[in-house]
Ligand binder design. Structure first.
Ligand code: TRP
Ligand code: ZN
Length: 897
């Protein structure tokens, strides 16, 4: 793509399609050097608009012939460019008042050379597809837009020995051997549900399946099949269990039953994202399906559960009700992320899940919203839609749905989702239709609330409190504002649901009686609707000044400003009835202390370990050692300092070195202070019970391994030995990898040989497991010791590194640039140059991955002038290249100044 020719697509240009495609009949013949595709489409004119031409999407296709109503077209009856096939005079071919016609085309593609992993491609020996968002047009000519929904019938033919399994969407309706082609066979699949082309899928390979069944609420038996390579067949049980749990949950919580008689998942090695919800045939990145105790960490077990649920939930929120156009992407993604996060909360610890989600949002989404790529949940323009599969569309979109659920309450929210699914089943709709269904079912006006969909940027909510002992009134002065973002200024006020409580001096929640309430109100936790730029809420009947617990459960995705004293934060950490806010208080306390220490450092003062942090840690450690029933995952969260990524995001100008130094100072100080308590925590939480991936066991391991990481900071030989022993003796990947990570990050002299040997033996043990080798790359890429960039460069040459495999790229280059802040932001700028080099190589192979990988360089605004200059110059170097993909061009165009 010549950079100058990249076009912007605008929402305001949306027009309904001139045609519908009633039926889509596809025939694939798969060979090693090409695939031929025959497509027969029954077009109908939609409405009474008199269209006279036909324009279809198509990219990188070799066209063999086109027929209309069985009549072969001459090349002068159509024209083609890089993106379209156009038949200018349909009326000439069909007569003036045609209503429908049959379009047939024969094309050829080269899946074996498709490194972009869009359309039909090969992952190792397997054929597979990825069509969302606009990949179908790389398979055949089509109206490749989500508001064109068709019934698909697909025949796949291939060599029987190499590709015994041939799959597509829906039901297998016929199969046989190919006449006249010995050794080849075919299968025909029919999907009775109308769907847009982005949900089409095809798989051909030598696969085994784990099979099970699920009986739905109306007593239908569904066949469940997870297809993987033979070597992975023992790693499918967790995904299968997650699938069945998801199916039950969607029936119970949303009243949604599965519709087809079969549900299939296929695992592939080379995949641009986590997974894809193709109707009845989900395609998954192996990293999001496979799980076994020996090869998979607890984190990945939970990710498998969440992604299986996410894709399954799309069957209703995405497939049965789909998007009218790609500006509506959050309609399916925001809602589905909300649904999967609630599912995970129900499967494990609700508070911990909320803490994890909010930390992620505050670190990654807030950064996006404050950077050059900021966009609203419902954007109004894009150059390349693949660039809009973002944390804003997904995670902020989920927060917006969460706020609707909070404002409506559980019953009305369920009535709203019922109405939405019923009203729009089989349709392609907009976020506006979603909000309207919520309004209609609940009677609650969401007029101003809609601004959440249209305005980018993270709103700031500032609160000041005032207590009047005479009147016993407590007033909260609330103000809101939202910063300008690219192309958007002067933002309107939003409806911000502010959930809160007020604590008395005994730590108990007080009744919250607003001036306007009737006297009997005794609620101690309520949701205030903040709707104006400046607003006051006056609470009555308070004997003494309360301590406010604000934005409980993170009830809105905003930056909250309230000036808590250190004593108040310590009080909230212990007493708040809202678990999320207990955690948040601990974060606010540490952030304040880190800020202060950064000032000390800048002023050349000696650093001292703050007593309030010592007190807080002592309290938390005591609670876990004295009461084994407390949630250990929560304890692990409370004993973790905010990440460097989070601290960078909330800085005005982030001084990475100072953040890192202060954070290390605190961690080392706490480790030394509490060595023996951490040792107790470690010992108490060591277990030789058989591995289980339940929430309690995962929590126990997370606390134990956190304790180990503190112990390691002591440089005691005892600690190094513990890590080494855990590494060698571990019966599961969580413990083994923690042991390895501890050794690799250890600065102790005694660890030098141990870490080299551990890395070598780990690789030797697991070189046959690609997903474990990925983890081996990650551990080295995120190592906090000096020299990590050199190490990463060396690992690029490793036989197992493959730049064509997205998981490998993410594990090595992505992890270094995105998570190893101290390495990536090295003052020399070498980290930036390295990323630009890699992105340029990748752009010629896989533009989606190249543009995603570039993200850390687009965050330049957060850093000092010197670093900004270094980052900008790498962005400009990329922009100066003659030919960039649309994907990469959009990002560099928008993030250079
Ligand atoms: N719809 C998928 C999901 O969120 C996202 C997805 C999978 C995707 N593969 C993709 C998006 C490739 C863009 C390109 O579940
Ligand atoms: Zn999704």
């Amino acid at each position: 793509m010549k950079n100058a020719s990249v076009r912007t697509t605008y929402l305001k240009e949306y027009r309904p399609p001139p045609f519908t495609i009633e039926t889509t009949n596809l025939h694939f013949d798969l060979y090693e050097d090409h695939a031929s595709v025959v497509s027969k489409l029954l077009f109908k004119c939609s409405g009474d608009s008199d269209v006279t031409s036909l324009q279809l999407h198509g990219q990188l296709l070799k066209l063999e012939k086109v027929l209309i109503n069985g009549q072969l077209l001459n090349p002068d009856q159509y024209s083609r460019d890089d993106e379209n096939l156009t038949i200018p005079a349909l009326d000439g071919l069909l007569g003036a008042s045609f209503k429908e016609f049959l379009f047939e085309c024969h094309t050829r593609i080269e899946p074996q050379n498709n490194t972009a992993l869009e359309g039909l491609y090969k992952s190792k020996k397997m054929f597979c597809t990825q069509c969302e968002a606009e990949g179908f047009r790389r398979i055949t000519y089509y109206l490749d837009r989500p508001d064109v929904m068709s019934v698909f019938t697909t025949t796949v033919a291939a060599e029987k020995a190499k590709y015994p399994v041939l799959l597509s969407n829906g039901n297998n309706i016929a199969s046989g051997d190919v006449d006249g082609a010995p050794g080849r066979h075919w299968v025909t699949w029919e999907d009775p549900f109308k769907k847009p082309s982005y949900l089409f899928a095809l798989v051909a390979g030598d696969l085994l399946s784990l099979d099970d069944t699920f009986v739905t609420c109306s007593d239908r038996e569904i066949e469940l099949r997870i297809f993987v390579e033979e070597k992975d067949i023992d790693k499918c049980n967790h995904a299968m269990l997650s699938l069945k749990n998801s199916m039950r949950w969607d029936e119970e919580v949303y009243g949604r039953e599965y519709d087809l008689d079969i549900f299939m998942i296929v695992a592939v090695d080379d995949f641009n994202m986590g997974a894809m919800e193709n109707k009845g045939l989900n395609v998954f990145n192996t990293s999001c399906v496979l799980a076994s105790p020996q090869t998979t960490t607890d984190f990945s077990f939970q990710r498998v559960e969440a992604v299986v649920a996410h894709e399954y939930f799309h069957n209703w929120s995405g497939n049965r009700v789909t998007c009218r156009d790609w500006f509506q992407l959050s309609l399916k993604e925001g809602f589905t992320v909300y649904r999967d996060s609630e599912f995970s909360a129900d499967m494990g610890s609700r508070t911990v899940k909320r803490v994890e989600d909010v930390s992620f949002l505050q670190t990654v989404q807030f950064a996006e919203d404050g950077g050059p790529m900021a966009h609203s949940v419902r954007p109004d323009s894009y150059m390349e839609i693949s660039n809009f599969y973002t944390v804003t569309i997904y995670e902020k979109g989920a927060e917006v749905v969460r706020m609707i659920a909070l404002l409506l309450g559980p019953e009305k929210f369920r009535a709203g989702s019922d109405l939405y699914f019923e009203r729009h089943d089989g349709q392609a709709v907009t976020t506006e239709d979603f909000v309207k269904a919520m309004e209609d079912a609940s009677g609650i006006d969401l007029g101003q609330f809609r601004n959440w969909y249209y305005q980018a940027g993270t709103p700031v909510v500032s609160i000041q409190s005032e207590f009047d002992a005479d009147t016993k009134r407590y007033t909260l002065h609330v103000s809101q504002s939202c910063p300008d973002t690219p192309g958007q200024s002067n933002k309107k006020p939003l409806t911000v649901p502010l959930r809160l409580g007020l604590l008395g001096s005994d730590g108990k929640d007080l009744p919250l009686r607003l001036l306007a309430d009737d006297a009997s109100t005794s609620k101690t936790d309520r949701v205030l609707s903040v709707t104006q730029e400046e607003q006051q809420f006056v609470f009555e009947g308070l004997e003494s000044e309360p301590i406010p617990s604000l934005l409980r459960g993170f009830s809105a995705p905003v930056r909250l400003k309230y000036d808590y004293s250190r004593a108040e934060l310590l009080f909230l950490m212990v007493n708040d009835s809202d678990g999320f806010n207990r955690w948040n208080a601990s974060q606010l306390l540490t952030i304040g202390l880190i800020d202060e220490l950064q000032s000390d450092l800048a002023a050349g003062r000696d650093l001292a370990l703050p007593q309030s942090l010592v007190d807080a840690y002592a309290g938390v450690l005591d609670s876990t050692l004295s009461d084994p029933s407390v949630d250990k995952a929560m304890i692990a969260q409370l004993l973790s300092l905010p990440t460097i990524g989070f601290l960078i995001e909330r800085s005005e100008v982030a001084d990475v070195d100072s953040i890192h130094l202060v954070r290390e100072f605190l961690l080392n100080g706490l480790a030394a202070k509490f060595y023996s308590l951490f040792l107790d925590v470690y010992t108490n939480n060591t277990s030789d019970a058989e591995y289980a991936a339940d929430a309690v066991s995962i929590a126990r391991r997370s606390l134990k391994n956190l304790a180990l990481s503190y112990l390691m900071r002591s440089d005691e030989d005892e600690a190094v030995t513990l890590a080494q022993q855990q590494f060698v003796l571990a019966s599961n990947m969580t413990d083994q990898l923690s042991g390895l990570r501890c050794l690799v990050n250890s600065g102790a002299a005694t660890a030098v040989d141990l870490k080299r040997d551990a890395l070598a033996s780990f690789y030797k043990q697991w070189s046959h497991e690609p997903l474990v080798v990925d983890q081996w790359f990650v551990v080295q890429a995120v190592c906090q010791l000096p020299g990590s960039l050199a190490q990463v460069k060396q690992l690029l040459e490793h036989t197992d590194f493959d730049i064509r495999n997205p998981n490998k790229v993410r594990s090595l280059i992505g992890a270094f640039c995105g998570q190893n802040h101290i390495g990536f932001h090295d003052a020399s700028g070498e980290g930036y140059e390295f990323l630009a080099d890699q992105v340029l190589v990748l752009d010629t192979l896989n533009p989606q991955i190249a543009s995603r990988l570039l993200t850390p360089l687009t965050r330049w605004r957060k850093f000092s002038a010197k670093r900004q200059g270094l980052m900008q110059s790498q962005l400009r170097r990329i922009k100066a290249q003659e030919e960039l993909s649309k994907d990469l061009f959009e990002i560099v165009e928008k993030s250079t100044i």
